[in-house]
Structure formats: structure tokens, C-alpha cells
Design a protein around this ligand. Sequence first.
Ligand code: ATP
Ligand code: MG
Length: 400
Amino acid sequence: MRYSQAFPKTLKNAPKDAVTVNHKLLVRAGFVDQLMAGSWTLLPLGWRVVSKITQIIREEMNAIGCQEMLMPLLHPKEIWNQTGRWDAADEIMYKIQDTRNKREYALSFTHEEIVMDLVKKHIKSYKDLPLNVYHFSTKFRNELRAQGGILRGREFLMKDAYSLHVSEEDLLVWYEKYKQAYLKIFKRMGLVVYVTEASGGVFTHKHTHEFQVEAEAGEDTIYIKPGTREGYNKEVLEGDVKQFEIKRSIEVGNIFPLGKMYSEKMGAGFVDADGSKKPIWFGSYGIGPTRVMGTIVEVSHDERGIIWPKSVAPYDVHLVTLGGNRELIEIYEKLWGEGVEVLWDETDRSAGEKLADADLIGIPVRLVVSEKTGDKIEWKERGKTETLLLDLDQVYLKPK
Ligand code: ATP
Ligand code: MG
């Protein structure tokens, strides 16, 4: 991508109402744009990052045998009445009525009821289980306070997976597989996560587990057993909290062993090996890729801008050509030819402006070609000060 053609360009100032780092930096660097409170456009750079995040999640979900599909976002009221959540989830759910025939619908805030309705048509026997499915889709939630930049939206992206089983035992085996997959996912994104036990509320069979990242901008408080990455959310902790380390944190993922409540209320059962009809055991597993992007910015930045981990960076390399070398298309094309994703700043702006933008946007490697570098290329990693002068063929090998 040539920076002269990139949309949009960076901004000098952060929005006046921006409080959190992710809000300031993601808007200034041109990754996201706010339509209204809680509602964001993922601009081309932001979409590239979110796509890399979703691809990591997809690979790890596929690796445990979970199958991707896509479910609708417009839901009939009747389905939500079957579990009582049309009323019970009244505050969070956006409800709409169509003007033609006055029917009521819910805009998706989660998909448990939709999965139950689906499997009722397709799961007959114990031989059809376990079943694991997931999708990436927009969720609509009437959040009381849509704040913290893209950390809490009223419309946001979620990966939600659902698992269905013949027994509690099998549910718990899979619950552990998801937990391990989640640890891999966050590790690949360069995030240090704490796994905390939390209360699941009335719709959950047992305690749930949250994946939390320590950050000032977080809305959660977690209690960590010293020397470990495990602990509790406030709601489930009883008695003395002195022996724990207390941290502010952002919840990036949550897994729920839901049990039999949904299948019992919606009549989703299977015929077991002994011929008896039993309700399906159920679990659900969420991660918010847009919140994850915001969280990475919260924990990985400096005073100049964002520092993307390689695995989710919008491009591998930010090529800056200066002065008489500005039109050096050869390097750009050769890098792409080697599979290196390059953002190329070939504009005629000053070196100062171009280098400041490279720091703000935060691509892991900056390459500079100028009169000073001669026939070499200056290599620098974002977040480090050391520079190297390399030949073109050395640069090909470096970013991978
Ligand atoms: P929170 O406690 O932060 O309100 P939640 O427990 O209601 O979140 P879940 O239903 O567990 O959220 O959603 C699964 C994941 O979706 C969360 O771990 C988070 O990554 C993401 N997520 C939830 N709500 C939002 C939101 N309003 N904006 C962006 N991402 C969200
Ligand atoms: Mg949660």
C-alpha cells in the first residue's frame, strides 16, 4: 500500500473526548472512526489488524475441531421467549418492531437460543454428539456506558463458539480444550492473560472463566494468587482477599459451562445408547476481536504511538523513502514479491513527518532509504532504538 493512496491519513490531535490510550492512538493513527457512542468503523488499517486477530482465533478453533459457520443477526421474539430471555435480558437486548406487520425482533446480542433451535432440527442421537460450532459476527448490546474507546461498543465483533454434549463429563473435557485454545490464542497475540473464576449468573451451570489482561483502562478488578496467572473475579470471592494481588484488567474472553438449562427449556434432546431421551449438555465460548485490538494498544505503546506485535500488525514493514530516493519502487515490489506486507510512504512530506507517522502507526519494522543510507537500507524495529544498515537481499529475510 502506498501511503499517498492510504485512507485515511493520520490526525494531529486525538478527539477531545478521548480518555483511554486505545481511543486516542487508534483514531489518530487512522485505524478506527467513531460514528456515535459505542459504534465504530474499522478503517482499512484497523480491519487488517482485526482480520489478523480473527485468523489466529479461527486457526485455534479449527485445530480443536470446532466448525465455522455464520448465523443470522435478526431473531424472532418467539425464540427468546422460549428461555425467558426476551424479558430477562431486556436491558441489554435491542428490540425492534417492523413497521409493516408490527412483528417484534431481537438484534443479536448472543446466539445460545439460535444454536439450540438449529440443533433441535439436526441432532437426533448420541452418535451426533459432541458438536462444536462457531462464528464471527456482530453483536448488538445496549451497554449502559459505551466507553473506553473500542473496548466497549454497542455494536462490536465477537467470535462465539458453542459446544453440545451427551454428558457433563464430556462438556468438561471440551471446556478444558477451549480453555487451552484460548491460552494459545492470546499468547500468539502477545497478550499476558490471567484466568479468573467468575460467577456466571442464573443462566450458567457452574462458575465461568474469564481471560483478563492487566491494564489501567480496564473496568474489572481481579484477585490473583501470587506467583500464578490464576485467580478470581470480585463476585465469587468470599472472605479474606489479603493473600491476593489486586489488579485492574480488561476481559478479553469468557467461557461458560452452561449445562442443561437451555436444552431443557427449548426441548433439545438426543436419544442415548440405551434408548432413553436426554437433554443436551451445552457450553459457550466468546472472544471480542475488536476489544482485543483495543487491549493490545493499551498494553503495547509508547509516547510516540502504537507498538504492534508482529502477529497482528497491519503490515510487516513500513518503508519510508526520502529525498531523491522517494520514487524507489523496486524495493517495494521486491518485498511484496517475497511475501512481505509493506506500507510504503513515498509522499513528498518532510522526513520528520514521515518518521513520526511510522512511530504512530506502529508497524514492527521501519525501513528507511535516503541519501544518507546510500545503496543500503536502514532497518529499525518499532520500540527499539538500534538501527542496522542492510543490503536489500538481507531485508527480504528479516521480517519473517
Ligand atoms: P463485560 O463483562 O465486559 O460486559 P461480558 O461478560 O458481557 O463482557 P461476554 O458475553 O462474555 O461479555 O462476551 C464475550 C467477549 O466479547 C468478551 O470477553 C469481550 O471480549 C467481548 N465483548 C463483550 N462485550 C463487549 C462490548 N460491549 N464491546 C466489545 N467487546 C465486547
Ligand atoms: Mg464476560
